[in-house]
Design a protein around this ligand. Structure first.
Ligand code: FAD
Length: 159
């Protein structure tokens, strides 16, 4: 099994797309992530997995808080901005939810405090205790096999 085969297999797991955001001393940093999962209902916990090379890693370690923004189908551009797929710097305005930076128009905004972190291989898993949630009625953005998609087949978009 090589790296390519592993990545291809993992890409067969269709997911939504999130932007993880954190505020460190008034400086907001975002990163696109699909390694997101609900962990527990009581208490309400989620997990995100952040690569060791990601600049946001140290920022979340220090701020001890983050938001998860589940992107809507019309927010592919935001995903590309926060994945570094659009190279030119763009100004993105963040709203606030329980003091955490959040993206307007996201299907769900989830504010979290870090309750635990675990280094596993080349990623760090942050367990987030959910402190607040805001929901919007919208279709989600989908990521599958390396491409952005929409729920309806005829809306498939390839980057
Ligand atoms: P940087 O390279 O520092 O930032 C990424 C981009 O966001 C830069 O262009 C930067 O200018 C911009 N940006 C950051 N903050 C702001 C701001 N406040 N205003 C405007 N622009 C800003 N990686 C993981 O570790 N875990 C995952 O689960 C994961 N899932 C992914 C899912 C998808 C669909 C994609 C496309 C990528 C995923 N990645 C994931 C990769 C990750 O998004 C990129 O490697 C990312 O660029 C690395 O983050 P960084 O903190 O180093 O970001």
């Amino acid at each position: 099994m090589d790296d390519r085969q592993f990545r291809t297999a993992m890409g067969k797991f269709a997911t939504g797309v999130t932007v993880i955001a954190t505020d460190l001393d008034g400086d907001v940093h975002g990163m696109t992530a699909n390694a997101f999962m609900s962990v527990s209902l009581s208490p309400k916990l989620v997990v995100v997995s952040i690569g060791e090379k990601a600049r946001i890693l140290e920022k979340i370690k220090q701020s001890k808080s983050f938001s998860v923004n589940i992107l809507a189908a019309d927010q592919q551009e935001l995903s590309m901005i926060f994945a570094g797929q659009i190279k030119e710097p763009r100004e993105v305005v963040f709203d606030r939810l329980d003091g955490k930076p959040v993206l307007a128009g996201a299907v769900a905004q989830i504010a979290c405090e870090v309750s635990a972190e675990h280094v596993e291989g080349d990623h760090t898993l942050f367990i987030g205790r959910v402190t607040d949630i805001h929901l919007e009625e919208a279709e989600p953005l989908i990521f599958y096999s390396g491409s952005y998609r929409a729920l309806a087949e005829e809306k498939t978009v390839t980057v």
